[in-house]
Design a protein around this ligand. Structure first.
Ligand SMILES: C[S@@+](CC[C@H](N)C(=O)[O-])C[C@H]1O[C@@H](n2cnc3c(N)ncnc32)[C@H](O)[C@@H]1O
Length: 140
């Protein structure tokens, strides 16, 4: 999943589940919450993403557990680049499963982005885990 402030993106087969999730979290009984969320499909590497994504570029892009497949790394980075404007900050969180894939992702991403790692001292204490890493990326 990639998430920008008002849009949540998933592969097609997950869209139904994601819509349900949004409904539960922003639906009735959640009147105290502000804002809105729109669920849309976004295939990494798609050269023509929905125009709402690019005009204007999002302030934030959040990705959860999206670095796990070596074959998808180039498409993922291409999409992150497409979504990134000069004011965009990307956060990618993920479980440390496979060093080779992670190193490959970092090698490709560092060509286009300044990549930092958010230290666990900055995290909410309830969610710290030595098995999880949080990267922050901004376009060079
Ligand atoms: C390991 S799951 C993580 C799911 C969810 N973000 C989470 O943290 O529980 C990886 C996600 O990446 C999405 N994904 C994988 N390849 C993709 C692609 N080429 N285009 C768009 N999404 C993709 C999958 O649909 C899946 O939702």
């Amino acid at each position: 999943m990639l998430w920008t402030p008002d849009c949540l993106f998933f592969k097609p087969r997950r869209l139904k589940l994601l819509r349900k999730n949004v409904e539960v979290n922003l639906g009735q009984g959640q009147a105290h919450l502000r804002g809105s969320a729109t669920v849309m499909e976004l295939e990494w590497g798609d050269h023509h993403p929905h125009k709402d994504l690019l005009h204007p570029r999002p302030d934030y892009v959040l990705g959860s557990d999206v670095i796990y497949n070596e074959e998808a790394v180039m498409d993922l980075v291409a999409t992150l680049l497409q979504l990134s404007g000069s004011e965009t900050t990307i956060f990618l969180a993920g479980e440390l499963r496979n060093d080779t894939i992670l190193e490959y992702f970092l090698e490709v991403a560092m060509k286009y982005f300044i990549v930092g790692r958010v230290d666990q001292t900055q995290w909410h204490p309830d969610y710290c885990s030595s098995r999880v890493v949080l990267y922050i990326l901004v376009k060079k």
